[in-house]
Each structure stands twice: as C-alpha cells, then as structure tokens.
Design a binder for this molecule. Structure first.
Ligand SMILES: [Zn+2]
Length: 339
C-alpha cells in the first residue's frame, strides 16, 4: 500500500484542492515519505466526545471476540503463501475466504475485475473483492473492510536482493481480514441492530512505487459500483492491526473527513482500557478508505503504521499476536453495538 507520513503543511496543501465529499487522489506524487506528525497533533478531546463517553456507561465489554481464533485465521491465510492476483496462494485463499464468509451469511458475492499488474503493468490477472452482507434486508448499514491481497514485492526490505520477492503479509493483509472473519462469527451469534457489510478488497497493495493511482484498485472499483441507496452510514477499514507491539494512532484523512467516527472508535478503546489506541494524529495514509471517502461515505482507517516489517519478507505471523487482534476486535464489536 502507499502510505505517506508527511509534514502538516504538505498535508494541508494536498487537501486544499479537495473537499470532504469530493476527494482527489491526485496531488500526492510530490509528497515525500517523512516521519512527522499531522497537522492536528496535540488533539484535545471535545465536549462532544465527553458526551459520547458518558453514553457508553451502560454497555457491556463485548468480550466474546476470541483473539486466538482470529490469530488462527491469520495463520491460515499465510499458509497459502503470498496472495497477489494471479498467484496460486491468491486462488486458494479466495476459496477459503468465500467459504468462511458463507458460514455466516448466504449473501456472499464476488466482485471481479481485470487487474493490470507488475512493474510494467503488462500482465493481467483477475482480481476479486469479496462482499458479504449480514442481515441484507436492513436499511441502516455499517461497512467493515480490509484488504486481502498481499504485496508482490518486498520493496522496503533492508536486503536489496529481496525487493523483487513477494511478502507473506501476516500483518499487511491477513490481520484485518482475520479480525473481520472472527467479528462475523461473533455478530452472527449476537446480532447488532444494524446490517453489516463485510468487504474484503483485492488489489490494494499491487501499486507501483511512486504511482498513487495503481494502489487501492479494489476499493475504487467497489466505491464506484455502489448506488447512492447502497451506501453505508459509515465504514471502518482495518489494516495492519496485528502487530505484537500495537500502536494505533489516528489516521489523518480519517480524522479530517470522518472525525466523529474516529472519536467514537478511540473513545471506545479508551473506555475499554486499551492504551494501544493513541488519540493523536500521527500520519496520513493513502489506503482503501480514501475511495470510500471520495464518494461521500464517512470512512476511517484503523492502522498501525509503526510496523518495522512493513513491505519486507519479515512480515510473518510471529510478528503478530492474538492479543492485538483481540483488542481491535473488541473495540469494533463495542462500536457496532452502539449503533
Ligand atoms: Zn501494504
């Protein structure tokens, strides 16, 4: 995936050309990858947030999300090997994810499209978003999403000889999917008041370095396909949520364009006592939530970008933990039950 940490001034400039309802994916090429804080560092909790916190006081903790089960699902995905479009692992994992989702709803569909990939874009493979609708008859809906594909090049690997090899994507790919599959199980056992759409995006992480438009292809495809009536009330994206050393800062675009949802998630984590959710914007990340924002859906990215193994061959299950997956799962569960 293409993720940039850049200075606040650059962020402001990049977004001055867009609005909350019409976000341009351009104006990014010039942004350099810097580790700096976003423009809203030092965020203060608002009075509105205090009211939200107060409203949670009678809710239960949602402790039935099982981090061990989620971790087993992460390992299972990795057992297929790298999972980029056209690879054997991709085909096998698609079958696995489809059958897993069908355990919880019969409304599972494949949204397939041809995807040009490779550093020269000369190869074509079929890419597939998985869309699972729980309680499809309900009008009010919340979208939960993650990307299931993995990066075909370890272009951040410290060893240059590894940079053309595909990554395993334990955290970058499998972790978000694992949480959503376990959430589907728990929600089916104890239904919330709203309908839930679980969407697993393909072709998020196939982009060519420096070419923004080649990332997040599956989510763009999905966002374009939605009619106005089909749009959910909100969308929560999970990406790299399995790191053993979990640090979840607020993501800049999410905070800028869907602030109340960000505050709801982080305040829920605070109430559950999960200090891994840090209420401060630390970076801006181009990810699958941006195409959703661009069609007017309040969408946020829950992402731990402080992951030293990002886009390296070392992104393997041993760098992740059941405890991290469980904390993220429990927060999401609690958020959904508040709807
Ligand atoms: Zn990635």
């Amino acid at each position: 995936m293409s993720k940039y940490r850049f200075a606040g001034a650059e962020a402001e400039e990049a977004w001055l050309t867009g609005t909350a309802g019409e976000i341009s994916l351009r104006n990014r090429q010039s942004l350099s990858k810097l580790r700096t804080r976003g423009p809203k560092a030092g965020l203060r909790w608002s009075l509105a947030l205090a009211m939200v916190l107060a409203s949670f006081s009678c809710r239960s903790a949602g402790s039935d999300f099982d981090g061990s089960r989620a971790f087993a699902l992460l390992e299972k995905q990795c057992s297929f090997g790298p999972r980029y479009p056209g690879s054997p692992g991709h085909r096998a994992c698609l079958d696995f994810l489809t059958s897993e989702l069908r355990r919880y709803t019969s409304a599972v569909t494949h949204q397939s499209f041809d995807h040009r990939f490779g550093l020269d874009s000369m190869q074509v493979a079929k890419a597939t978003n998985l869309v699972a609708r729980l309680w499809p008859e309900r009008r009010r809906r919340v979208l939960l999403c993650a990307h299931w594909d993995t990066r075909p090049w370890a272009d951040e690997d410290p060893d240059p000889r590894n940079r053309r090899k595909p990554i395993l994507g334990a955290n970058d790919g499998a972790s978000g999917v694992a949480v959503l599959l376990e959430l589907a199980r728990v929600l089916q056992e104890s239904p919330p008041k709203v309908g839930i759409d679980i969407v697993l995006f393909d072709a998020e992480d196939q982009g060519r370095p420096g070419d923004e438009d080649t990332y997040a292809v599956g989510s763009r495809h999905f966002a374009r396909s939605l009619s106005r009536e089909e749009r959910p009330e909100a969308a929560i994206l999970l990406d790299m949520v399995g790191d053993r050393d979990l640090n979840l800062y607020m993501e800049g675009y999410s905070h800028r364009f869907a602030r109340s949802l960000v505050e709801m998630v982080w305040s829920t984590a605070h109430r559950l006592g999960f200090a891994e959710f840090i209420p401060r914007v630390e970076y801006y990340v181009t990810d699958d939530h941006v195409p959703l924002l661009s069609v007017g859906i309040p969408a946020i990215d829950v992402i731990d970008f402080d992951y030293p193994y990002w886009h390296t061959l070392e992104d393997t299950p041993d760098k992740c933990s059941p405890a991290s997956l469980e904390k993220v799962g429990r927060v999401l569960l609690q958020v959904i039950r508040q709807w």
